[in-house]
Design a protein around this ligand. Sequence first.
Ligand code: NAI
Length: 283
Amino acid sequence: MLINQVMVIGAGQMGAGIAQVFAQAGLRVKLNDLNEDALQKGLDGIKKRLTKAVEKEKMTENEKQQAFENLEGTTDLRAASDCDLIIEAVVEKMEVKTKVFQSLDAIAPDHAILASNTSSLPITEIAAVTKRPSQVIGMHFMNPVPVMKLVEIIRALQTSDETYEAIEQMTEKLNKTPVEVNDFPGFVSNRILMPMINEAIYTVYEGVSSVEDVDTVMKLGMNHPMGPLTLADFIGLDTCLSIMEVLHEGFGDSKYRPCPLLRQYVKAGWLGKKSGRGFYSYE
Ligand code: NAI
């Protein structure tokens, strides 16, 4: 299957990064968001990162221009009507994602593959709301997308081999490493990562240690490149909470219960780096 025209739904931190890597790989990309300001912020972020790459001599001015020319912003979902691959990267809420997939299913050409960048939600359930379940798949990029090499490819129960192979090849074209994963809560990455982050939050909540010290233990003691609370801020605390809820509900095991402190931060609107405050302050 030939994939030339791609569309990314949601221009937040993940969607903008995903659009950028496709544009850099020479594909035509439409970046979509409901919100005009979010779309502009996403496009500005891409421009800034590409300009920085030129300054650091990781890319030529010409390559930057080429990547930017491959990119188009739109708030109109109907722009999906000529796309071969559409990747959804909207908020981590099942009801929002299923609505987006139903709309895309009605708009996109019959041959198009619909992928979700969800961190944890069941791809099988998303596939089931469309009339093309064999062409639905999980394409889980890591944050920050232009830097991180891994893409977890999640097979829904209904995903065809043809769809899987097309996405595996596309991942390699993006110069990233695909890993095949079956559809279980949290897949592999977040089933392992998120309980660690949640436990780090419990450690602070129970007064065992401070935010900074928990991060220092994991950085210097375990050789992690960044502490779990810094990472949580970076991912977004709302996204972390949603993933813990999916694990908790999906496995029915109390070991996945989200820490009350995480819930409280999300209620306060302290969502991490993107909102200016989380476990650390970014103002
Ligand atoms: P974000 O909050 O930065 O961006 C979400 C964007 O989606 C916002 O700009 C919002 O306006 C837009 N949006 C919401 N509903 C929409 C709709 N119906 N149509 C078009 N746009 C819509 O969130 P982020 O961090 O980019 O996460 C997006 C997805 O990627 C989530 O499913 C998340 O679980 C997943 N993910 C997040 C990672 C992270 O480290 N933050 C890592 C890997 C996956």
